[in-house]
Each structure stands twice: as structure tokens, then as C-alpha cells.
Design a protein around this ligand. Sequence first.
Ligand code: ADP
Length: 642
Amino acid sequence: MSDTPAPEKHEFKAEVAAVLKLVTHSLYTNREIFLRELISNASDAIDKARYTALVDTSLEGQELEPSVRLSADPERGVLVIEDNGIGMTPDEARANLGTIAHSGTLAFLEQAAKAQADGKSPDVQLIGQFGVGFYSAFMVADRVDVFTRSALPGSEGVHWSSTGDGSFTIAPSDKAGRGTRIEVHLKEDAKEYLDHYRLENIVKRYSNFVMYPVQFAVKKEDQDEPEWTQLNEIGAFWTQNASELNDEDYKEFYKHVMGGFVLPGDEPLGRMHLSMDAPIQFHAVLFIPGRRPADLFNEESKHVQLFARRVMVMENCDKLLPTYLRFMRGVVDSEDLPLNVSREMLQENKNLSAIRRQLTRKTLRLLSDTAKEDRERYEKVFENFGVFLKEGLHLDAGHKDELTELLRFGSTGHEAKWVSLREYVDTMPEGQQAIYYITGRSQEELRGSPHLEALRDRGYAVIMMTDAVDEWVVQDLAEYDGKKLISVTAGDLNLDGSTGDEEKKDDSDDKDDGLAAELAPLLERATELLADRVSAVRVSRRLTSSASCLVDDAGGMGRNMERILQAAGREVSSRPRVLELNGGHSFVKAACALVQSGDDAARADAYIELLHDQAHLSEGEVPDPKGTVARIQSMLDALVEK
Ligand code: ADP
């Protein structure tokens, strides 16, 4: 190429330059992952070529057998990675290898480099996830040459070159055939990456399930042409017979599905491998992940990969499972889907809907089997993904029963950390008619709630709901196994299983009527005094040791729901609640006597205010801190003066 024009020099974008600096100078641990990154790019490029060929028949090189080829040139100290994928036009090379597509990369790398400087081991494995894949070559190279030619007809070859120091050059290249050839000029201390067995080991570790053969050139002395040996297993993992695969195989495949990043302890919590022939043919390998992926609440969140006839057609297909099962990860491959499918078409595709129905059913079965077989493992599943199952309860009426059985809650009456509604009902003492629950911010706070007292005395367990979505769960559920779900903070609680709105009378009602008559002067004065803060004052059926508590009006929005909506920035004005007083409590009796005597009206009012303060305090709220402190102080002063 004697008359080729001089290479054009380009500066890297600032962020790339900074990333490169960190990659080349600061990050040394686990350098071998550069190979996985380059092989994965090569495999993506072949995917793209195959996919594009479906809609563009003019694409060059359609007759080629896909392959990724590695070869070592010990004399020049160069490792070559060559693919016959889609390649790049000069413009694409300039754009793709001069910028960084993913935001957050630099910040992540800076953190990693700092961790390393502090003697900690950074998660350098995560580099691929942040899209510095290609640049990771500079961990082992002091120069990288890329020779590439796009498969689009009439494309020119291009030579991209950089020493990773802030700029790169672009020049024409006479590269023959479509695809990309990357020459990695290994640093002095990275010559190990020329070794056949070292490379084979890395490929097996990271790239075993790549869809295309990854070959290595072995040159025999008596032969001119190298012989290509295959380093990976290839073949679609999911088409294998499940009975011939073991736990290790699945663990490896899981790693592959997660992009190679599985930290110890994050192994999958469950898996299923389906191979269906009728009515729709498909294979699926799906996992319940070992931890909640960070991006689950993000629209772009990765879902299940969709293949049609072993060609990946969608990396992130959200139509294979209902949204509430978006935490599942894995692969689905079907013979019965068109290859050139778009997201819009998928929506209408009958076969896909059939696959989705099957996968939904099987996933719920997998979850319920896990719950039956291994309580501890299911608890982990629930802690990670329970919130999604609750979302499902709201969205998927068709699977309401299965989803209800999968729910777990804390309970005041059970030793176990989590109980199912089934367990709760099966262990209800005789006479208990309903399922009682309380909602709030934390189990700790709820356990101290005065609302639980009468239930505790009767030996009734109370389900503690501390997740914001639980407020919706109880609305969706309303009852279970013929038993109503009743909030212990709502309405006039009758422990025979009904709320006070239903006109029901029993012995305890007569007793209450008696107490109400006894306390009438106190109730009357308190109603007057607190008129703008509570909706009513009455004698409580639920308190046995505390003096007072606040109760949600029957039918009204619960205080916890108000709190959740307020936290979400919604304007919700707190509705006044009912103040309940414990007629058996000595302080309440004393307050009543004081009101009745008419001796010291100011003091009697202070007592009433204190009963109201206490009810708030037991819920962790102090609506009037200054007043509360003043009232407590004056009581203490009175004690000291005595
Ligand atoms: P990512 O692969 O995460 O997008 P990379 O830095 O590894 O990030 O690569 C940047 C881009 O360069 C890729 O998105 C792709 O468009 C292009 N590219 C890299 N390697 C190849 C290749 N072997 N063939 C074709 N294009 C490639």
C-alpha cells in the first residue's frame, strides 16, 4: 500500500481518554478478561451480520461459516482476534472506537482504581457491563490495530490504530472480506497471552457458550497453513438434554447469561429447563437470580434473551414473561418464531403468547416448588423478589391464587421469620375467625404497638406488613381461605372477627357500655378539648396495658397509607382519627376522676392532652413536640414539688 494517504489523527473524546488512562495505568487485576470482551464483540458482530442478512440480501459474505479466530505471532508479540461478522465502515470505526456509549463508565472506573489504590480488589470483571469492553485490550497492549471492513456492499476497508495515549489514527486498509481483525501488541509483561493453553483456559472459562466456534491457529513445523482447533464447546446450551447436564453446567451457563459477573454467594436460587414440542416448539432455561439485579426498576432492565432458531433476535425481550416476573433471567429459543421479528410484531404473535403463558405457569410452579422444598432458599427468593410477586397479585388476576400462596409476612405469633397465610390460618387458635394484620414502617415499631394488646392476650397472632405495597396487597386480597383480613388499627375492633360497623352485640359489648358510662365525663371533656384533632373519643376494646391509642376510622384511608402517599410526594391531608382510652387503666381512671371533681380543670385537660400525646408517641410520631415536652415537664415538676 505504497500510495495510501497518510493516516488521519483524531483525539479521543475526553471521557475515553480518561477511561483509557485508568485502564492502562491503574487496573491490573484480572487482565485476562480483555479476551472475553473482544470475543464477545466478535460474536456480537457475527450475530449482527446474520440478523442483518435476513432483511438485506445484498449483504456480503453470506456464504461464510461464522467463526472467531485467534492466532499468536510470537515474533511480533501480537495476539490476533479475527471475526467474519458485520465489520465497520470508516465512519463507524471512528464513532464506535472513539466514544463510550454507556454513561457512568468513568465514574465506575475511577472508583475501581481508587479501591485498588487502597489495596482492595475492585470488581474489574464488571468492566464489560460498562461498555469499555474494547478498551480493556489496553490492559495488556501497548498498541492495538483494528483492520475492519463492513459487510455492506461497496464498503472500504479501514485501519484504526492507537497506543491508548489520547489519540488514534484512521487510514484506509486493503483488508479482504467482511469482518474485523484486531491485532493486540502485547506489553512485555503480557506475553503469556500468546500461549495456546493459557488462551484455551481463558476461553473455556469465559466464552464457552459463545454461539460460534472460537478457534486457535496451531502451526505445525512441516505445514505452511495453520490448523484450526476449536477452543470452546459452542452449540446452544439449551438444546441439550436436561438429564445430561449437572449443577456445574447450569452454574456456568448462569454466569454466561449474567454476562460473566457472578460474585460468590450470588448463585441462582432456582432454575428450570424446558423443552417443548407441542403445540409450540421452544427451549427455555430460566433462573431465579441469586440477588436482585440493580436495574430491576429501570425500563431498560435486562430481561430474557430471545432466540429464534438459535439466532439471537432480541437481547432483552420483555414479552416472554409478565412484567412482574421481570426478575427472571435466561434464554428462550423457538423454531416457531419469525427471525425478523420486531417488538411490535411480538406483541401480536400468537406463538409468543402461547410461550409466555407456559413460561408464566412454569415460573410460578418453580417458585412454589422452591417454597415447598427448601424454606430457607425460598425466604431468600422472597426477600429479593417478594415485592414483584405482590405487584403480580395486583396485576394478574388469573394467577391470584398461586401468587397468594407465594406471599410471606412477619407475624407477632410465630417464631419463624416469615409465614405464609396458609401457615397463619393453620395455626389460628380456636375461636379466631379472621386474619389480623397491622401495617407500618418496621416490625420493630409494630411489635410495640398498643393495638396488639388485646390480640396478644387472646393468643392471636398478627401479621406485620411493613412493605409499602402491602397496603395494596390487603386491598387486593380482602380474604383468604374464607377468612377476612382485618386491620387491627381500623374501626371498632371486635375480636370475634367482625368490625364494629356490623351491628353485633355480645357480652363484651355490655361490659363496654358499662365502662363508657363510667368514663362519660372524661369522654365528653376529651371530645370537646380535642375536637379539631380527633374524630371521636371512646372506650377501647383493644387496649389491655397501654392507656390510649389512635384508631383509623372504619372505611377511611389508614394512617400508614397516608404516610406512604405523603412520602411519595402526594398531597394527602391527615384525617383525624379516633382516640381510644383504656377504661381499666389507672391513669385514665384518675383523669376521669379529676374531670368529674371539677377541682383543677387545667390539670384535667393536661391529662387528656397527655393521653393524646402518648397515642401518637407509640406510633413514633410527635405532632406537637413543644407542647408534649411542656406537658411532660409540668407533670415531672409536680412530682418533684411533692
Ligand atoms: P460495547 O460492545 O459494550 O458496545 P465496546 O467498547 O466493546 O462496547 O465496543 C464499542 C463498539 O464498537 C461496539 O458497540 C461495536 O459497534 C463496535 N465493535 C467493537 N468490536 C467490533 C467487532 N469485532 N466488529 C464490529 N464492531 C465492533
